[in-house]
Write a protein that binds this ligand. Structure first.
Ligand code: SF4
Ligand code: SF4
Length: 430
């Protein structure tokens, strides 16, 4: 460890003044003497250099410890965290590459929003995690998901051939684009949880019915679709991301469509920012925006007499600026009242699922007072809402678990906006 230590100022050498008055204020008290160097000079520059030398790690060295980030970091609200603290811990000897702290950041981007120095954890964390992944320092639960995704093309480890099994028994048709053999208006990128998780499937079936009622010419990829890889990239598995992106781009480039419709804000983010760098450029639209632009055609006639609160997904809102579409849809539900939580829109509280957090709940529970999803559910309950509305497939399962673990079962239900719309349109809800 290389130390930079400044010489101490000996107290005897300090000239004591009887009185020092500055702009009418007496500042001559003993409290105004600094008899030794503050320890901020006394730090491990090698540990910092290792991070800032990484591609993406540079901004970690720009921090000047103002602490604005700590107040908005969701992890600090359930523990002790934030870029300022991480920088200081590294300066005083923490090895971020092997520390459990490396895996607590959800890449929610709230710190970057307020940071005057643009310290960018969305780049720093993946860069350091990439090194940790290559060295094998990965929490076991996340490693398991990496392996499942590499093997099956989805983080749940489900049979890739059954990716469209959720469409069976639906009274409306959900065609595979490979069977149609023609251009479609909308290619729906369904994603993993909407294809395999029971509550994700509920939302997918609702959305299929809504699209049908709207008369949208749509199809899905089914078994040809694989995980979009965005969360794998944030979790440091760049090689896996590249493999998934290469496959998905090759599949997408086989077909003709006007709009790539995503249910998952993480897939939306990947298609907007990562796939174009690799030759995959599409007219990508999140389903909340697609439906909000067609509110007048939805035929919302059934009363939804509920108080509804809404959770902004970090990768739809803060990362990509879409705050209004879900609110427009909720506000259009007959009889419904939108009641907001106190942390919303730009300052929305993270559910804990981003940056690989979706698969690190055990790790988070070991290092935080409570999960972020539990904190958020308590905020939703505080509003007096009956329903917590979501527009991200990571969230239904996360929040439903959190409703149970915070003993709010029966007090708060968690519903995807597609489920609420289907109800208001008088569509079947099974
Ligand atoms: S807001 Fe930026 S500069 Fe200020 S402490 Fe946080 S990371 Fe450092
Ligand atoms: S990205 Fe979010 S979770 Fe990570 S340090 Fe910043 S505010 Fe905290």
């Amino acid at each position: 460890m290389t130390q930079r230590v400044n010489p101490k100022v000996e107290p005897e050498r300090v000239i004591e003044l009887e009185e020092v008055v500055l702009e009418g204020m007496d500042i001559s008290g003993h409290w105004n003497r600094m008899f030794e160097q503050r320890v901020i000079w006394d730090y491990d520059v090698d540990a910092m250099d290792r991070i800032i030398d990484l591609d993406g790690g540079e901004s970690f060295g720009w921090c000047y410890q103002c602490a604005q980030c700590v107040a908005v970091c969701p992890v600090d609200h359930v523990g002790s965290y934030g870029p300022r603290k991480l920088v200081r811990w590294v300066q005083t000897g923490m090895d971020l590459f092997t520390s459990p702290e490396l895996w607590l950041c959800t890449t929610c981007a709230n710190c970057l929003r307020v940071c005057p120095k643009e310290v960018n954890l969305m780049e720093v964390m993946p860069a350091v995690r990439k090194e940790a992944v290559m060295a094998g320092h990965v929490p076991a639960e996340l490693q398991d998901v990496f392996e499942k995704t590499a093997r099956y093309g989805n983080p749940l480890g489900k049979n890739p051939k059954r990716r469209h099994a959720w469409t069976k028994g639906l009274e409306v048709e959900v065609p595979l684009i490979s069977d149609l053999g023609r251009k479609v208006e909308v290619l729906w990128w369904v994603s993993d949880y909407p294809a395999y998780h029971p509550r994700g499937i509920d939302a997918s079936r609702a959305l299929a019915r809504v699209l049908h009622r709207l008369g949208v010419d749509f199809a899905i990829l089914g078994p040809e679709e694989r995980h979009d890889g965005d969360s794998m990239l944030r979790a440091g598995e760049e090689g896996l991301f590249e493999m998934l992106a290469e496959h998905n781009i090759e599949v997408l480039n086989r077909y003709e469509f006007d709009v790539l419709l995503t249910t998952d804000p993480h897939a939306y983010n990947a298609f907007l920012h990562e796939y174009p760098k690799r030759g995959g450029t599409y007219n990508v639209v999140h389903y909340s925006r697609f439906l909000a632009d067609r509110i007048d055609e939805l035929g919302l006639t059934e009363e939804i007499s509920q108080k509804i609160t809404f959770h902004d997904p970090c990768y739809l809102g803060r990362h990509n600026g879409e705050y209004d579409a879900p609110r427009e849809l909720i506000s259009a539900l007959p009889g419904a009242e939108l009641v907001e939580m106190w942390r919303i829109r730009e300052n929305g509280y993270c559910c804990g699922g981003g940056g690989g957090g979706m698969w690190l709940d055990g790790h988070a529970a070991d290092h935080q007072r409570m999960r972020l999803s539990e904190k958020r559910v308590l905020e939703a309950v505080e509003t007096g809402a009956d329903t917590l509305c979501v527009v991200c497939p990571y969230e239904v399962s996360r929040f439903e678990d959190a409703v149970k673990s915070t003993n709010n079962d029966g007090r708060l239900q968690v519903l995807d906006i597609a489920e609420l719309l289907a109800q208001a349109m008088g569509l079947p809800t099974d």
